[in-house]
Write a protein that binds this ligand. Structure first.
Ligand SMILES: [Cu+2]
Length: 508
């Protein structure tokens, strides 16, 4: 049965009385009494080695507060989140607040906007959350996000227009840490190989779907053989907030016996669309509502192209038989959500772009280096913008794999010729596909733009969207040089660190 996790680190605004225990998102299967933080100080995230239960199996990993996922952090739009990172790991770490239009000094992007917090150190993340929605937080150092260092961040809308009775937060993950070595071991294996496992295929993802198969796929930290359970009464209208925190797995999600009305993607509302299933890439989020029947139903997240699935149970009747995790649920093969079905609210449409920058996704012949305009992370592509302008980033995938591209600090609008599209911060781009991402430059900083396949990220697929002149010492200056940046500047350089200088490191 699910337990409701109340988080007290919730602030209605500076100076206002903290709102305590009103977060409705239930993380099933979490430790008893897992109340985090203090109302006067915000939440404390203790990153440390931990032994966690995945259900029937126990593994050694790195986690926040010994929990998998990390504690649910609740906030209210317009309010302030205070989270103290305490680093008890044997390595530097950060917390990235994925999807939040955040102060860049709080973005947790090491080498771009802040330095990583050293072992034994701490860092106080204090930031406003301007937009309601479903977000998550995770480490942004190396492969740490593929361990247990992630958790949900739910920003409530004080004027929530969506009518529903209950809500559940569903965090999906692919898991290998402590089973097949560590994620760093796997990255070393991939770096030593020039081939891809093309038995991992999906027509929905345009070919090879992933780098590897994982031993486990998880819903809220639990495997399919001892699943998380979401309990409600029949006839209740429930909002599900689905977050894909995996490193290398897109999931095809369905709720057996139900259709789903998708209402939000990546935190932002969209015109509601009723479907049977949707595909969610790494870093994406979808919210859907549905009215629950009487019985016990499978919440299935098929690991796309892989033989495996994440699984949880939605139960509205005590005596109903628990559904089979491995049964063939017809919803998975029925009407699937497409990006073209989604449209942002009129008030969230961005101004028309005044110029276009092309970013080509590529793979070097090595097979284990992924590029943006032929550049790797060590000498990254730099797209320069001026505050207040809207630019169109045309992402052109000329590589043989799909990539969930994620932009920090902004929510772009996906646009097709002659039509509108959703606001998103992470979007899947298939091989041979081109997508238009319109970005309103309203949050100055040096922002990561990268693939959210963690292996691809670590194999070079990382660029920068920055404001004004490039920071000194980075070799690329000037405005609008994104598409052609780097002609004649191919010397390797360290990752930019200049942007971190002069910023307060923590507000202790
Ligand atoms: Cu990728």
């Amino acid at each position: 049965m699910s337990r409701r996790l109340f988080v007290t680190g919730l602030f209605a605004g500076l100076g206002a009385a903290p709102v305590v225990g009103t977060v409705m998102g239930a993380v099933a299967g979490t430790a008893a009494g897992a109340v985090t933080g203090r109302p006067s100080r915000g939440v404390v995230l203790r990153a440390a080695p931990a032994t966690v239960s995945l259900g029937r199996r126990t593994v050694s990993t790195w986690a926040y507060d010994g929990m998998l996922p990390g504690p649910l952090i609740g906030a209210t739009a317009g309010g302030v989140v205070r989270a103290r990172l305490v680093n008890e790991l044997p390595a530097p770490t950060t917390v990235h607040w994925h999807g939040i239009r955040i102060d860049p000094r709080m973005d947790g992007a090491p080498g771009y906007s802040q330095a990583a917090t050293r072992p034994g150190g701490m860092f106080d993340y204090v930031f406003t959350v301007p937009d309601p929605g479903t977000y998550f937080y995770h480490s942004h150092v190396g492969m740490q996000n593929d361990r247990g260092l992630y958790g949900p961040l739910i920003v409530a809308d004080p004027r929530e227009p969506l009518g529903y009775d209950e809500e559940f937060t569903v965090v999906l993950d692919d898991w290998l840490d402590g089973v097949n070595g560590t994620p760093d071991d796997v990255l070393r294996r991939l770096n030593a190989s020039t081939t891809h496992d093309d038995t991992i295929r999906s027509h929905v993802l345009g070919g090879v779907a992933a780098e590897l198969r994982h031993p486990y796929y998880l819903v809220n930290g639990r495997t399919a053989d001892d699943p998380a359970t979401f309990a409600a009464r029949p006839g209740r209208r429930v909002r599900f907030r689905v977050i894909n925190a995996a490193a290398d797995t897109a999931f095809r999600v369905a709720l057996g016996g139900h259709r789903m009305t998708v209402t939000h993607t990546d935190g932002f509302p969209c015109s509601p669309v009723t479907v049977d299933t949707f595909l969610i890439g790494m870093g994406e989020r979808y919210d859907f509502v549905t009215t629950l029947d009487a019985g016990a139903f499978p919440l299935v997240a098929m690991a796309e192209g892989k033989a495996g699935r994440a699984f949880a149970v939605v139960r509205t009747t005590r005596g109903a038989r628990t559904p089979e995790a491995n049964a063939k649920w017809p919803e998975l093969g029925r009407q699937r959500l497409k990006y073209q079905d989604l449209d942002a609210r009129p008030s969230d449409h961005l101004p028309r772009p005044s110029r276009t920058v092309t970013v080509t996704l590529g793979m070097r012949p090595s097979g284990n280096e992924w590029t943006l305009n032929d550049r790797l992370a060590a000498d990254p592509l730099r797209v320069r913008v001026e505050r207040g302008e809207t630019i169109r980033i045309v992402v052109d995938n000329k590589s043989p794999m799909w990539h969930p591209m994620h932009l920090h600090g902004h929510t772009f609008q996906v646009r097709w010729t002659g039509r509108r599209g959703p606001r998103k911060d992470t979007v899947n781009i298939l091989p041979r596909e081109r997508l238009n991402l319109d970005v309103l430059a309203d949050n100055p900083g040096e922002w990561m733009f990268h693939c959210h396949n963690l292996y691809h990220q670590e194999q070079g697929m990382m660029g920068v969207l920055g404001y004004g002149e490039a920071p000194p010492g980075t070799g690329h200056t000037g405005h609008g040089t994104g598409a052609g940046a780097g002609s004649g500047t191919d010397r390797p350089e360290p990752r930019p660190r200049a942007a971190a200088h002069g910023h307060a490191q923590g507000r202790r």
